[in-house]
Design a protein around this ligand. Structure first.
Ligand code: HEM
Ligand SMILES: [Cu+2]
Length: 569
């Protein structure tokens, strides 16, 4: 295409770029290119998604019958702990950081992140965290069994007496992951504040960039609490301090505050970028501007603020005084307002649009519908009397998997399909994509819907065996779980085969607005031939206004005929 890579002076880039854009070996180097790092994050974390998923299959295998017959109970404890920890710390956080890394500089017209080398260091800490987590399967006593919360006093038991045990490795992994994420947060926030193209005012900045900013601000204020709590736990466990040990004057509830002060907002670190991707994808595939763009953008920041004020809703059953329960019940329900604003904006965006049911669009719509359901059960849980009733039951597991799988994982898939042609210069196979969507949507419902009635009936979470009355719904959930495992196969097949020999498409196959679509696919090392001068807002569909003043920006009002036919087949 017309983009020719221009070599910036080395002094400007800080470090020479280790590998040409068409050399796959660059993915195995300490590259400082945000696009390489983005893909490194995405592929590495997907590998851990498969590991976390395999652990969940074993759990569902155990739970398909009422008795604890497949694995030992202590093994089951280790399974849910490692499944939850790997899914969160090794898949959801890093894959979203990867998408943010790839997209944010392109969307704001920057050449790279603000601190490219820090970016590379943040990434290379991720495999270290993964290795520590997995290594805990090899130490005496096996992995941690205290759940992904690692509440004391359970997490302070050390049955083997060994200094090197699964819990210690888990804490080290979480602390390193925290340091990596804090460095990433500094990098994203600086990049978004300082490196937007000339003319890109705040209200010309894409909603996805707003959502990443909102999410990364949470990392900055929240992670120090978790990391601090984890280090105190480590000291209790190893050198015998007593921050959290009640028998020596410590307070285990204090740990819960440290943990949830970060870990509630952390769910917004994960859902906000998914929201941002919905906000980018719907306008493209419905050919309409994002409805209420400014409000949607600002509501991300509102979520950041409110989500910092709700953490005690995880502690309604932890002897919390009633005035605090009421206070946190009210703040928790407030989160529904900015989240509801977004859903309203999305519905209004697609309303009356020329919708193309492409794979990214299907995943976005599926993700939003699941989010709606999860949001409603979330309001249930925010209500003190209901939470006291279903606390620690499968209702909670059903609720958060609807968020995590139903909305976030689907949002991640939507994003990967939508920007795949940008990342690779090739189109994925639409048929396989649709098959993937159908299996994922059906699998999510079959696996996680039955958990709601189970919870209401009183089935506790984190158990390897259960009463016969719970068998019916558990069989369905297990079948759904295996279906979800199966659903990843067409995805993997699609990604690998279309990356190697998918149809080559131009710079902007979706005819989308957005700076990232103005450059070549895949973009050159420096992203843009010349710095784009932004002259209008990001969603000009149907208005035919140019987005930038200095790069040609073809009329973007319709899909090319050939694609329309392919997409709707
Ligand atoms: C095939 C898909 C999945 C299945 C079948 C599945 C199943 C399960 C099961 C059976 C449990 C243990 C429930 C218990 O015994 O209390 C669990 C816990 C959990 N899962 Fe998943 N899950 C899946 C995907 C995910 C994903 C994608 C995430 C995150 C992104 C996730 C995050 C968690 C967390 C945080 C826990 C809590 C662990 C704990 O209690 O400490 N899961 N899941
Ligand atoms: Cu919460």
């Amino acid at each position: 295409m017309t983009n020719i890579s221009i070599e910036a002076p080395e002094a400007v880039r800080g470090q020479p770029y280790p590998g040409a854009p068409d050399n796959w070996k660059r993915f195995f180097t300490f590259s400082t290119d945000h696009k390489v790092i983005g893909i490194q994050y995405i592929v590495t974390s997907f590998f851990f998604f498969l590991i976390g998923g395999t652990l969940s299959m074993v759990m569902r295998g155990e739970l398909i019958t009422p008795d604890a017959d497949l694995v030992d109970r202590t093994v089951y404890n280790a399974l849910f702990t490692m499944h939850g920890s790997i899914m969160l710390f090794m898949w959801t956080f890093p894959v979203l950081v990867g998408l943010g890394n790839y997209l944010v500089p392109l969307m704001i017209g920057a050449r790279d992140m603000a601190f490219p080398r820090l970016n590379a260091v943040s990434f290379w800490m991720v495999p270290v965290v993964g290795i520590l987590m997995l290594a805990s399967f090899l130490v005496p006593g096996g992995p941690s069994q205290s759940g992904w919360w690692a509440y004391p006093p359970v997490s302070l038991q050390n049955p083997t007496g060994n200094l090197l045990n699964g819990q210690v490795l888990w804490i080290l992994a979480v602390a390193i992951s925290g340091v990596s994420s804090i460095m990433g947060g500094v990098n994203f926030v600086t990049t978004i504040f300082k490196m937007r193209s000339p003319g890109m005012t705040w209200f010309r900045t894409p909603a996805f960039v707003w959502s990443v900013l909102a999410a990364q601000l949470i990392q900055l204020y929240g992670l120090p609490a978790l990391t601090g709590g984890a280090i105190m736990l480590l000291l209790d466990l190893t050198i015998g301090t007593s921050f959290f040990t009640p028998e020596r004057g410590g307070n285990p509830i204090l740990y819960q505050h440290f943990f949830w002060f970060y870990s509630h907002p952390a769910v917004y670190v994960m859902i906000l970028p998914a929201f941002g991707m919905f906000s980018e994808i719907l306008p493209v595939h419905a050919r309409k501007p994002l409805f209420g763009y400014r409000v949607i953008a600002a509501s991300s920041i509102l979520i950041t603020v409110v989500s910092g004020l709700v953490w005690v809703h995880h502690m309604f059953a932890s002897a919390t005084p009633s005035w605090m329960r009421i206070l946190f019940m009210v703040t928790s329900m407030l989160v529904a307002i900015p989240s509801g604003i977004k859903v309203f904006g999305w519905v209004a965006t697609i309303w009356g649009g020329k919708i193309r049911f492409t794979t990214p669009m299907l995943f976005a719509l599926g993700g939003i519908s699941n989010w709606l359901f999860a949001g409603i059960t979330g309001i249930f849980l925010a209500s003190v009397p209901i939470d006291i009733h279903v606390n620690n039951t499968y209702f909670v597991v059903g609720h958060f998997h609807y968020v995590l799988y139903g909305a976030i994982v689907m949002g991640i898939y939507a994003g990967i399909y939508h920007w795949f042609p940008k990342m690779t210069g090739r189109m994925y196979y639409e048929g396989l994509g649709k098959l993937h969507f159908a299996l994922t949507y059906l699998g999510t419902a079959l696996t996680f819907l039955p958990m709601h009635p189970l919870g209401l009936m009183g089935m506790p979470r984190r158990v390897a065996s259960y009463d016969l009355e719970f068998a019916y719904w558990n069989v369905i959930a297990s079948i759904g779980g295996f279906l979800l495992g199966l659903s990843t196969l067409p995805f993997i097949l699609n990604m690998v085969s279309s990356w190697i020999r998918g149809e080559k498409v131009g710079n902007n196959p979706w005819r989308a607005y957005g700076l990232e679509w103005l450059t070549s696919s895949p973009p050159t090392v420096e992203n843009f031939e010349e710095t784009p001068l932004v002259v209008s807002g990001p969603y000009g569909y149907g208005r035919n206004q140019p987005l930038v003043g200095n790069i040609p920006n073809p009329g973007l009002t319709e899909f090319p005929e050939s694609l329309t036919q392919q997409q709707t087949s």
